[in-house]
Design a protein around this ligand. Structure first.
Ligand SMILES: *Cc1c(COP(=O)(O)O)cnc(C)c1O
Length: 712
């Protein structure tokens, strides 16, 4: 693969450009180490962005590397691994389903969190898409992703001294991101056009290489478009519902047209959330245009469509007024051979304020296979959408569940990876979803596991200090920030992490419900406890921003000061440090709103136990010995009662179990009992809550069914 970096590279290391443009490097420790070795300070200052490293590195350094025998040895080793991976000979999919290896799975998502150098994600949904795409490559699935290139991404968060979050949009320098333009046979940018109301809007296509598979990103910032249309894909989740429907038409319909322009004919269309559900309409239109009846086209499209719903929170499901849908789809129903009423009824749903066009309902009706993302979320979703199948009892509603996972090699710390290499065997990643493999954890001496954890904790503390130093250099120094940003945290104290989007249902402030009781826990001079918070509130979510401000103010308060930190601008880069370096991971959603949650799965890979409400994945993950469950496995009718019960349970567990166990040390200052929980957290959760198990499940339970369906 040719890249713009190739000319700069000495021939002996001439394929570094190809490597930099394949995000495979980001989850391959040997490849990461290679770039770090090339120029460690640049590696750090670019926040691990090899494209930027290669653009900025001095030519002399590249020459020196090309002359360095040790570097060349490493380079050759990495390129050998890379070529083996690209060859895709013995992958799981290729050996398990050889008859399907020429089919394609197209995976549509509004956001993809692959790496921080490509900031086109906001939170859990995007990270899941990114992890799914990486795992699809590892397992050898014939897979393409479809999404948006957002040149301004999601916002960067700043918290000024008053604590009210500010949103900053930065223009991404696309030349420094790991994306390459897709060209047509005349070497022009490949374009697709979609009718949006009264005019055609165009998008160009970027290609991101995710291991073996491409991810195609639509970008409306092209000269042919009017200025306001160029802005259509500028930012993720900003704008009103008019903007949203235009984006969703572009993703669904434009996405299908992009695949066709690329010559790709998928056998499976996976809609990750309802945002892309208009794609089903475009697929039906194609079939009707080719002569099929509408009803038959619907059956064909359903057979090849897979839909995953991600939230029980009503506001998380996009709905549009019929009037708006009519405006954008005028003329479309004639092409489908149906009436306006029939068309609107495809997504029609009774909302609390009246009938509207609901994207989840459209996806549910037009997908043959639908799933939720944890067992509990499956139950909740079947109840929530029962009215879509009025004649079926709730337990026959066709929404199954496949519990989420995380991509192990993305989220496991380098130090922990080495430890597992040593004790589980160098091929442990290959067998990561086999529970037997993890029994070997018993061989790791307590002291060694503890020592690795201490290293990661120190790295987290160093990371927080370095961010504050940068802030000072950038002229954004503020004396209160030194305190609130965690630079004064105590590396010896029990450190709790809480980092996630600041949606109100996540109840970030639950732990502050009884301030005096919390004070006694945090400020105990013999057994101090500290909490690091991070997370963004959606720019339009004032209640979410209020929660951030409350925590920020508490962090400044002299009576808690020094024991609470709020670190600004949570993203994947910071998530790695937090989910690798704290002692305990706190999660307090209002059950059953958390469909799954994934950050706690990242922490168990690094030996960090969960301290969580029994919601989402934790209902399945908790076994009584691998962490702590806040509250009980029940639903409440009264949210205030629920808050009171959960807060009480939280304090009690901290006072009676967690803090004493953490500080119960032997002669060598090693907390033997705590380490047992760490070990059990890894052993019981790591083999299951991985995308390895998850993508295999999507394949065997859903993708293969769709692939087996032959067109008539
Ligand atoms: C993992 C991750 C999330 C999702 O965390 P939840 O536990 O699902 O809330 C959100 N944001 C970032 C940056 C992440 O890395």
């Amino acid at each position: 693969m040719a890249t713009p970096l190739d000319e700069k590279l000495p021939p002996k290391i001439g394929r570094l450009g190809e490597l930099a443009y394949n995000l495979w490097w980001s989850w391959t420790p040997e490849a990461r180490a290679l770039f770090r070795r090339l120029d460690a300070p640049l590696w750090r200052s670019t926040q691990h962005n090899p494209v930027k490293v290669l653009l900025e590195i001095k030519p002399e350094k590249l020459e020196a590397a090309a002359q360095d025998a040790a570097f060349i040895r490493r380079y050759n080793k990495v390129m050998m691994l890379y070529d083996q991976m690209m060859e895709n000979g013995h992958s799981w999919f290729q050996t398990t389903y050889p008859q399907h290896k020429n089919k394609t799975i197209a995976y549509f998502s509004f956001e993809f969190g692959i790496h921080n150098s490509l900031p086109i994600y906001s939170g859990g949904l995007g990270i899941l898409s990114g992890d799914h795409a990486k795992e699809a490559s590892d397992l050898g699935l014939p897979f393409v992703g479809v999404g948006f290139m957002y040149p301004q991404g999601y916002f960067r968060q700043r918290i000024p001294a008053h604590g009210w979050q500010e949103a900053i949009y930065e223009q991404l320098d696309i030349g420094q991101a790991p994306v390459l333009p897709v060209k047509n046979e005349h070497d022009e940018n490949l374009m697709v056009g979609v009718h949006l109301g009264d005019r055609e809007v165009f998008a160009r296509i970027w290609r991101v290489q995710v291991g073996r598979n491409p991810l195609f990103l639509l970008d409306t910032d092209v000269d042919r478009n009017d200025p306001w249309d160029r802005e259509l894909s500028a930012r993720l989740y900003s704008g009103d519902s008019e903007m949203r429907i235009r984006q969703e038409i572009m993703l669904g319909i434009g996405g299908i047209r992009a695949l066709r322009a690329l010559g790709i004919q998928p056998a499976v269309f996976h809609m990750n959330e309802g945002h892309s559900a208009f794609l089903t309409l475009e697929c039906i239109r194609e079939k009707v245009a080719a002569g099929m009846s509408f009803d038959q086209a619907v059956e064909e499209v359903r057979a090849h469509s897979v839909f995953t719903t991600h939230t029980p929170v009503p506001a998380g499901h996009d709905t549009f007024s019929f009037q708006m849908v009519e405006h954008y789809f005028k003329g479309f129903w004639e092409e489908l051979g149906i009436s306006r009423e029939q068309f609107l009824s495809l997504g029609g749903h009774q909302e609390s304020w009246g009938m509207a066009f609901n994207m989840t309902v459209l996806a549910l009706r037009l997908s043959g296979q639908c799933n939720a993302v944890s067992k509990l979320h499956g139950e909740v979703s079947r109840k929530m959408w029962q009215d879509v199948w009025p004649s079926k009892p709730v337990d026959e509603i066709p929404i199954s569940s496949i519990t989420n996972g995380v991509h192990t090699s993305t989220w496991v710390a380098g130090e922990m990876y080495q430890l597992f290499n040593k004790y589980l065997g160098p091929d442990w990643l290959e067998h990561q979803d086999d529970p037997k493999l993890w029994e070997r954890l018993a061989d790791i001496p307590d002291t060694e596991l503890w020592e690795v954890h201490q290293v990661l904790k120190r790295k987290l503390m160093g990371f927080l200090r370095e961010r504050e130093r940068r802030r000072w250099v950038d002229g954004r120094h503020d004396p209160t920030q030194v305190l609130t940003s965690g630079t004064m945290l105590d590396p010896e104290a029990l450190t709790i992490g809480f980092a996630r989007r600041f949606a109100t249902y996540k109840r970030a402030t639950l732990i502050f419900r009884d301030l005096e009781r919390l004070q006694r826990i945090l400020l105990d001079i013999h057994r101090p406890v500290q909490i690091i918070f991070a997370g963004k509130a959606h720019p339009a979510d004032d209640p979410g921003k209020t929660l951030i401000q409350q925590i920020y103010n508490l962090a400044k308060h002299t009576q808690l000061a020094g024991r609470i930190a709020f670190v600004e601008d949570y993203d994947m880069h910071m998530a790695r440090y937090l989910t690798q370096g704290v002692d305990l991971w706190l999660n307090t959603p209002r059950r059953p709103r958390e469909a799954s949650g994934t950050s706690g799965m990242k922490t168990v890979l690094n030996g960090i136990p969960n301290f969580s409400v029994l919601d989402g994945w934790w209902v399945e993950g908790y076994n009584g010995a691998n962490g702590w469950a806040i509250g009980e496995n029940i639903d409440y009718d009264n949210p205030d009662v629920q808050d009171e019960h959960d807060a009480n349970s939280l304090y009690q567990l901290l006072e009676d179990e967690i803090v004493p166990l953490f500080y119960n040390r032997d002669r060598d200052n090693v907390p033997r009992g705590w380490i047992e929980i760490m070990r059990e957290a890894i052993r019981s959760n790591a083999p299951y809550f991985t995308t390895r198990r998850m993508v295999k499940e999507y394949t065997s339970k859903m993708y293969i069914n769709a692939m087996n369906h032959e067109e008539e």
